[in-house]
Design a protein around this ligand. Structure first.
Ligand code: CAA
Length: 701
């Protein structure tokens, strides 16, 4: 229908004509981000339309899979004069005297939706999504979003969209007046038809000329109250509320100018750098050297899980949630029944909260086959062992699996610490064996450590990565070592936390020092939740293996009193019905007696020292892990800590946090605290580099 114009065009935006309508198609794969070249092309198109009397309207559409997915995040740190001129393009659209129509498919996010709101009209396919996700990158809509969205959808809905960052469907956007027409079928044809219908309508309904509906003071007060809970300690959400309030209170131009200033303030903050780092690190972590799109994968149509305990049950739910049938094996009927009833209860609780229907519960339970016979796993495409951490037990299971599983089936262990090479060695097919380390609660936590053993095949690895995505996990590939990446680092962190208490701090002060960094739980709150007996058993085991005397620290003594954490209603802390940790005087006395017995004179430890010692203990171990090649990138470690351990995303993960502090300062502090900095950390500090630079250089090598 439309005919391409043969004159020379900026390459990222193509002009074509459909009769009296000029079509501007943005082609900047994969997601049509607003990069340099896009504004130039759009402005040139608008100039052409203005100069040509035969053009009555303009349609802007995205080529490929989507409309514009936002400003190009990679250009955020460019000097202003080199940045793509999104605001200038939108100013030009707003002042344009012929109707402009944004035609949306895929996603119109951030700058993409702002561009669309700069147009006179918006049409979309029903499946499209629109949103302002900037808060997730620690910034705010910086091209008119904070001023235009409230004018269209009202103050409360705009705040909800901008503070959650979540997109809405075009169908909802159409009810809200954000989309003027839904188009079933050919989007471009529908958009052109709409543009033609509106060609003569005057005055042009510019969003900038409207007022903000529903802008009562209580709406902004409620938003401020809300973000204290949802975005504690973060800068951009409060700037968003301020700007939305301005949208209602001051002329458009004033709000538009203020938005530009606040955008720069947010963009230049460490929080935004941290969140942007994680955005890219998460996507990088999916890339594995040697594995390409052409690496063959196997299709996972069914799964087997050995062990119906907390972990096995949680893992099973991930598969059931995406429609993959699961056969779950236990040794005793009672344990099997208990496991099934826990899964059912979890689903029913979700249904009670209105997040799924009872039919969904039954459909998922219907995909689950309980059995006491491991032989029933013979047809499973993947089998995941989730029994307790004991090498002999695991070896026995894998020996039996080797005789049961069909050829090509993936044999996975959910071990959190054990040597996957050793587990694989008992099978005749070590290439099929891999570690899939889920984090508790396995149906909730997004992280999956994918442990590549020495002989794991590329197919098994690539299939596991694809599977992670399918079951909505963030999969990160790690190598074999004690504790892999996450737990190896957390063990070192736990040692440091206990040491800080030994020197004089109270457990609650140590926890508070990590809460201050933004972690929902400090080290002792976390170990009380996980069960103190787990760490105790590990310490005892490690000492035995190393031929050292039985560990006898203050925490070991607490465990020996029978207090194992939340599961025994008390550990380091007591707990009330709301599971709030309450310091226990007897435990405090136990710690004081311990120090006295060891001749330790307690000293005051500042919150700053505690935070640094704990965070840097993670960083130092992380640097060793990187050097050993157990993690491929510092960014992978950050992703692991954010999705598996509650490290705040706005700090960018421990490695990025260290880079923000300056690695030189980290090294100096580690030395001051009597710790030996890892050689890699020292080298980077001497070279004045960050971990992100290390990753980039390694990626290029
Ligand atoms: N800028 C630069 N690159 C981007 C990008 C952006 N806005 N959005 C996506 N990409 C890149 C990704 O990094 C990825 O690159 P690689 O293939 O090299 O890893 C590629 O595009 C594909 O992205 P995904 O793997 O995420 O693809 P998907 O199909 O799973 O998801 C998406 C697509 C929903 C658009 C998702 O990429 C996304 O949410 N992107 C971010 C959207 C966003 O936050 N926009 C707001 C930007 S800030 C802004 O606009 C500020 C302002 O107001 C001026």
């Amino acid at each position: 229908m439309s005919t391409p114009d043969s004159s020379s065009q900026p390459s990222l935006v193509q002009q074509s004509r459909d009769g009296d309508v000029l079509i501007l198609t943005i082609n900047n794969p994969p997601v049509n981000a607003f990069s340099v070249g896009v504004p130039e092309g759009l402005k040139a198109g608008l100039d052409a339309a203005a100069a040509d009397d035969s053009v009555t309207a303009v349609v802007i559409i995205g080529g490929g899979r989507t409309f514009v997915a936002g400003a190009d995040i990679r250009t955020f740190d460019l000097p202003r004069e080199q940045s793509p001129d999104l605001r200038g393009t939108i100013e030009k659209l707003d002042a344009f005297t012929k109707p402009t129509v944004a035609a949306i498919h895929g996603t119109a996010l951030g700058g993409g939706l702002e561009l669309a709101m700069g147009c006179t009209y918006r049409v979309a396919v029903p499946g499209a999504q629109v949103g302002l996700p900037e808060v997730k990158l620690g910034v705010l809509p910086g091209a008119g979003g904070t001023q235009r969205l409230p004018r269209v959808v009202g103050a409360a809905k705009a705040l909800d969209m901008m503070l959650s960052g979540n997109p809405i469907r075009a169908t909802e956007a159409s009810q809200l007046g954000l989309i003027d027409r839904l188009i079933d079928g050919d989007l471009l044809a529908g958009a052109v038809e709409f543009a033609r219908e509106m060609a003569d309508a005057r005055p042009l309904p510019r969003i900038s000329e409207r007022s903000v509906p529903g802008a009562t003071p209580d709406v902004f007060a409620a938003a401020r109250q809300g973000i204290r809970k949802t975005h504690r300690g973060q800068l951009s959400p409060s700037l968003i509320v301020d700007l939305a309030e301005m949208a209602a209170a001051v002329p458009f131009q004033e709000g538009w100018d203020a938005e530009a200033t606040k955008f720069m303030e947010a963009k230049d903050s460490p929080q935004s750098r941290g969140l942007r780092h994680i955005f890219f690190a998460e996507r990088e972590s999916a890339k594995i050297p040697g594995i390409t799109k052409d690496t063959p994968t196997t299709e996972i149509k069914s799964a087997g899980i050995i062990g119906a305990g907390t972990m096995g049950g949680g893992i099973a739910m991930n598969f059931l949630n995406v429609g993959i049938p699961v056969t779950i094996v236990e040794t005793q009927q009672e344990a099997l029944d208990r496991g099934l009833s826990v899964i059912r209860r979890n689903y029913e609780n979700t249904a009670k909260k209105g997040r799924m229907s009872m039919e969904d519960v039954e459909a998922r339970m219907g995909l689950l086959t309980p059995t006491l016979d491991m032989g029933d796993l013979k047809d499973a495409d993947i089998i995941i062992e989730a029994v307790f951490e004991n090498m002999d037990v695991k070896k026995d299971i894998f020996t039996r699996l080797d005789g049961i599983a069909k050829p090509g089936a993936i044999l996975a262990s959910n071990t959190s610490t054990l040597d996957v090479n050793e587990i694989a060695s008992v099978t005749s097919r070590p290439e099929s064996v891999i570690g899939l380390h889920f984090f508790s609660p396995a149906n909730v936590m997004k992280l999956l450590e994918i442990v590549r053993a020495e002989k794991t095949s590329d197919t098994v690895l690539a299939t596991s990565m694809a599977l992670a995505k399918r079951i909505k996990k963030v999969g990160v590939v790690v190598g074999v070592c004690d504790g892999f990446v996450g737990n190896r680092m957390v063990h070192r962190y736990g040692d440091e936390a206990r040491q800080i208490v030994e020197e004089g701090a109270r457990p609650e002060d140590v926890d508070a020092s990590m809460n201050a960094l933004g972690l929902p739980m400090g080290p002792f709150q976390m170990s009380d939740m996980a069960g103190l007996d787990i760490g105790y058993a590990i310490r005892q085991h490690q000492a035995k293996v190393a031929g050292q005397p039985k560990p006898d620290g203050w925490l070991d003594r607490i465990v020996e009193t029978g207090r194992k954490g939340q599961k025994t209603q008390g550990g380091i802390y007591d707990y009330d019905e709301t599971r709030r940790p309450i310091p226990n005087a007897d435990m405090q006395k136990l710690i004081e007696d311990y120090r006295a017995e060891k001749g330790i004179t307690p000293r005051e430890i500042t919150q700053e020292e505690s935070t640094k010692r704990l965070a840097y203990s993670l960083v130092n171990e992380g640097a060793k892990i990187l050097e050993e090649g157990i993690a491929q990138r510092a960014g992978d470690i950050d992703v692991i800590y954010i999705y598996g351990y509650g490290f705040p995303a706005y700090r960018g993960g421990p490695m990025q946090y260290a880079s923000e502090q300056g690695l030189k300062n980290v090294v100096a502090d580690l030395e001051k605290f009597g710790q030996t900095p890892a050689p890699l950390l020292k080298r980077l500090a001497e070279e004045g580099k960050t971990f992100a630079q290390y990753d980039a250089e390694k990626g290029r090598a």
